[in-house]
Design a protein around this ligand. Structure first.
Ligand SMILES: Nc1ncnc2c1ncn2[C@@H]1O[C@H](COP(=O)(O)OP(=O)(O)O)[C@@H](O)[C@H]1O
Ligand SMILES: O=C(OP(=O)(O)O)[C@H](O)COP(=O)(O)O
Length: 470
């Protein structure tokens, strides 16, 4: 969630104008899925979080996202005062918010966590709340502390929220022992321990040491089998889904299991290695795949084009080649930008110019899609009936490189009136549409980018699978 300059890698190979990959398409229709409690409205829009907690659809005894799990899963809404009062409840949320220093630039994920927290507080639980923030590499780092979310949580919850400097250990034990019913204690970033992402059993046990009940409300991280999303469930009495997780699954499952067609997926952003694998199954599901952001340069390099010092995942170049071939053979369109905005350094005030996509000079890097690409992407998007978008088209945090992202956001915003389903997923993508002022025009704002893409793949999300059956 912190801006990172692309790794500088020199490109060798022929200079050539890039061509988007276009071909006729054949896509098999999937069968409709029966669903429970789905609502076809954005829950961050006008109806917002209040309606979310009050909606009867969100208090079903069971819910089931059949793309993901065999059995229906238990929800926090199944637990009443008799189950929660005086109990220590460990809540794993996704509070991985975009930050500018210590300022939260988009609080969507914090707001999204509120309904579950309010429900637990009002039922007298002692709430231990934790999350990851960013991807710290080697232990605690101040810039990855959860400190900035505490005042915002306090404001939204209307109760005092305390925080520890660690997520396990003596300080946590001591603070938990003096907690009163209805209090909230934030535990520090779980990724300060490498054991978190390794799903280490001992670490998971320590995380769960004080809690009787585990609530997973971290949809954005449900595709990770980590100690706080999966391992911990083995060390508590019961594990249930939070309202956000439930809401996301119910909505997305319906929207992507039987999408209205043409179905277009837009994939951008900078988590190339996390997301490039998803394209394989998208080829089987979507009619059009539009690529932007940092995703594109690995594809351009795979075509032997010049990418300068743009973000490239060298070890994914072969995969990019394969994906291009697979798409061609299946008749699916993978649409790449034809022009890009380049910069002479990774900086808001860098010199910039627009060049054909495959002609980035050495020392320059692509930080946005260009105006011709905006137009051709816009044409494809405007002819779609379902659009899912994860990953900004450029470094939208810098004004100079934000135009492509905001232009695509505007195109999507205009489709709502025509009844097109528009789904935006991912911390930064949501921040971008919020910044563009069009979030309330989308059908669904999802707190998970990678998670919603994996859902789209039909993969089992480990954070969901680990919960108790209803
Ligand atoms: N061409 C690019 N080069 C480097 N970074 C980029 C580029 N385009 C977009 N980004 C960055 O990608 C980040 C978001 O990526 P990602 O985490 O994959 O999206 P999301 O959070 O929506 O899932 C943004 O911070 C943006 O600045
Ligand atoms: O921001 C997130 O994912 P996203 O960018 O795919 O939406 C989640 O917090 C998961 O973070 P991770 O991709 O570092 O595991």
């Amino acid at each position: 969630m912190h801006l990172q300059a692309p790794v500088v890698r020199r490109t060798v190979g022929p200079l050539a104008a890039s061509q988007p990959l276009r071909a006729p398409r054949v896509v098999a229709q999937r069968q409709p899925q029966a669903l429970v409690g789905r609502e076809q409205t954005s829950f961050f829009g006008a109806t917002s979080l209040k309606a979310f907690t009050q909606s009867p659809a969100l208090r079903p005894a069971k819910f089931s996202s059949r793309l993901l799990v065999e059995a229906a899963k238990k929800s926090v809404g199944d637990l009443g005062k008799q189950d929660l009062e005086g109990k220590v409840v460990f809540v794993r949320a996704d509070l991985n918010v975009p930050l500018d220093g210590s300022t939260i630039t988009d609080d969507t994920r914090v707001r999204a966590a509120i309904p579950t927290l309010k429900y637990l507080i009002s039922n007298g639980a002692k709430v231990l709340l934790t999350s990851h923030l960013g991807r710290p590499k080697d232990g605690p780092e101040d810039k990855f502390r959860l400190t900035p979310v505490v005042p915002r949580l306090q404001e939204l919850l209307g109760v005092k929220v305390e925080k520890t400097n660690d997520c396990i250990g003596d300080e946590v034990a001591q603070k938990v022992s003096s907690m009163q019913n209805g209090e909230v204690l934030v535990l520090e970033n779980v990724r300060f321990y490498k054991e978190e992402t390794k799903n280490d059993a001992e670490f998971a046990k320590k995380l769960g040491a004080h809690a009787q009940i585990y609530v997973n409300d971290a949809f954005g991280t449900a595709h990770r089998a980590h100690a706080s999303t999966e391992g911990i469930t083995k060390h508590v009495n019961q594990s249930v889904a939070g309202f956000l997780l439930q809401k996301e699954l119910d909505y997305l499952d319906g929207a992507v299991s039987n999408p209205k067609r043409p179905f277009t997926a837009i994939v951008g952003g900078s988590k190339v290695s996390s997301k490039i694998g998803v394209l394989d199954s998208l080829i089987a599901k979507a009619d059009n795949i539009i690529l932007g952001g940092g995703m594109i340069f690995t594809f351009f390099k795979a075509q032997g084009l010049s990418v300068g010092s743009s973000l490239v995942e060298e070890d994914k170049i072969d995969l990019a080649k394969q994906l291009t071939e697979t798409a061609k053979s299946k008749g699916v369109e993978i649409i790449l930008p034809t022009d890009v905005v380049i910069a002479d350094k990774f900086d808001a005030n860098a010199n910039s110019k627009v060049v054909p996509a495959g002609e980035i000079p050495d020392g320059w890097m692509g930080l946005d899609i260009g105006p011709d690409s905006v137009k051709s992407f816009g044409d494809v998007i405007s002819n779609s009936q379902t659009v899912i978008w994860n990953g900004p088209m450029g470094v939208f945090e810098f004004e100079k490189f934000s135009k492509g992202t905001f232009a695509i956001a505007d195109v999507l915003a205009g489709l709502g009136e025509k009844g097109v389903t528009t789904i935006i997923g991912g911390g930064d993508s949501v921040a971008a549409v919020e910044k563009a002022g069009v979030a309330n025009k989308m059908s669904h704002i999802s707190t998970g980018g990678g998670a919603s893409l994996e859902l789209l793949e039909g993969k089992v999300l480990p954070g969901v699978a680990a919960l108790n059956d209803a």
